[in-house]
Design a protein around this ligand. Structure first.
Ligand code: GDP
Length: 467
């Protein structure tokens, strides 16, 4: 089904690149393209087969050449949006792309809203909501593991799991309703114990997926990590060791100082979002280096604290302060006994400090050398254990959900529990059906089968324009 309005947007990133793509979707996309694209054979676009790369010029209303370009037409329903889609591949300059976009707008297209192409693909039934969300996750993926999860969702594997669960609930509803409608027909007498067991089984399946939300959020957004320790303990060296070859992504958060530069480290597939790396690296002046006070601030904000100690030196007051601040941390803590390539003379002194430690958040003490990389593997494995929590294997990426989906799953579990209570109280089948139906509807919000427009709009508003 084509929407009335034809939308248009620059689909490639802002700025300059080799190629830029202007994408249109909707009823008039081909008409508009015909007016602004002149191929060298002098034929109308419609005279060529679909999905053929046509070479020609983009011209404006005064027949002035704007750029040399390739034009590709995909007719409904065989396109990203299931509508007529035209992509014009021009040179990737911001002026030329803007000029072509403006041309399409002057000829009747409307500027696409963020995510509107994908939203149309969803509304036209080509993909479901979970797949649509995955489109942005693929684009934003910070590590291969994040990408693997996003691809499982995009391919529909995740949705299939949810659909199967919904189907199981629906077949129970049908079963119960049949016994309500034909009470005297006792061929398939209702076995309440069986229904109860089936509900419990479904609940357990849902819980498994809901529990993965935390992992999903980390793989999507990164694990907020602080590296703390006294000056010269080796924080920057540890950071460089972690950054290694896989130096990931640096994002400049708009409107903030460079203090909030976000740097991602790819640790065995898990993106660590380092807090204030500028503060760690910026200066060689020892006094200026991250002080204990600042360390406290960072450690408090972090989901993972890497506390670095120098095993080649006697513990100082600053070390002791750090040890006591760790006691109050709520995030996961890993103690790194650094410089183990040297004698490591004071290693046991540090370990002893944690012997009677109360904070259960200390997940491990690892001897490491930022200099030669010893211990890095152990650190990678430990972080992986923390993130995957032993609940799911890192290879089961098709069960990992995100925060919104996790919340829906939790609510669905509550509704299923409600139905178990209803059975327990000996209430009639009608009431059990009501609870089961609510759970079934709730789960439909994941794939978008049962969802109000407001939430759909809100989800797509987080997309980028042109996608
Ligand atoms: P920061 O102040 O905590 O960021 O510490 P740095 O990373 O700047 O390290 C302080 C000094 O210790 C530097 O001279 C590093 O080269 C040295 N260093 C750091 N880690 C190690 C290590 O594992 N082994 C050895 N031998 N030296 C290290």
């Amino acid at each position: 089904m084509q929407q009335d309005e034809t939308i248009s947007a620059i689909a490639t990133p802002a700025g300059e690149g080799g190629i830029g793509i202007i994408r249109m979707s909707g009823e008039h996309a081909v008409d508009i393209a015909d007016k602004i694209f002149r191929n060298f054979k002098g034929k109308a676009i419609g005279q060529f087969p679909p999905r053929k790369a046509l070479y020609g010029h983009v011209i404006n209303e005064k027949q002035v050449i704007v750029d040399e370009a390739i034009c590709i037409v995909m007719y409904a329903p065989n396109s990203y949006t299931c509508e007529d889609v035209v992509e014009i591949q021009c040179h990737g300059g911001s002026v030329v792309m803007r000029e072509i976009l403006d041309l399409t707008l002057r000829l009747g297209a409307r500027l696409a809203q963020p995510g509107e192409f994908t939203k149309r693909a969803f509304l036209n039934g080509r993909i479901d909501l979970s797949q649509a969300q995955a489109v942005m996750d693929v684009i934003n993926a910070k590590t291969k593991a994040s990408l693997a999860v996003a691809m499982e969702h995009l391919s529909g594997d995740f949705s299939d799991k949810i659909k199967k669960i919904r189907h199981e609930i629906l077949s129970m509803i049908a079963h119960l309703e049949a016994s309500i409608d034909f009470p005297e027909d006792d061929i398939e007498a209702l076995d309440m114990d069986d229904i109860r067991e089936r509900i419990k089984l479904i609940s357990a399946k849902i819980k498994l997926i809901a529990d993965s939300a935390e992992t999903g959020i980390i793989l999507r957004e990164g694990l907020k990590t602080a590296i703390i320790g006294k000056p010269n303990a080796g924080k920057s060296s540890i950071m460089n060791l972690l950054l290694g070859q896989e130096r990931a992504i640096v994002t400049d958060v708009p409107g903030t100082t460079r203090d909030s530069i976000e740097e991602y480290v790819n640790l065995g597939g898990i993106p660590l979002r380092l807090i204030d790396t500028a503060g760690i690296r910026e200066t060689d002046d020892v006094v200026e280096k991250i002080g204990v006070e600042k360390a406290y601030l960072y450690a408090n904000r972090a989901e993972l604290v890497l506390a670095v100690f120098d095993t080649a030196e006697e513990l100082t007051d600053e070390d002791n302060e750090i040890i006591s601040l760790l006691e109050k941390c709520t995030g996961n803590i890993i103690i790194l006994l650094n410089k183990i390539d040297l004698e490591g003379e004071f290693r046991n002194d540090i370990v002893n400090k944690f012997k009677n430690y109360q904070n259960k958040k200390i997940r491990g003490i690892i001897s490491i050398s930022a200099k030669n990389g010893d211990g890095k593997e152990k650190l990678v494995n430990l972080v992986s254990d923390i993130v995957y929590g032993g609940k799911i294997s890192k290879y089961e990426s098709n069960v990992i959900c995100d925060a919104r989906q996790g919340e829906i799953l939790r609510q669905a579990t509550a509704l299923l529990n409600e139905s178990l209570n209803t059975i327990e109280m000996g209430m009639s089948e009608d009431f059990i059906v009501i609870d089961l139906r609510s759970a079934w509807e709730k789960l439909g919000e994941i794939t978008g089968e049962t969802l109000d427009d407001g939430i759909v709009d809100q989800i797509f508003s987080n997309f980028c324009i042109g996608k």
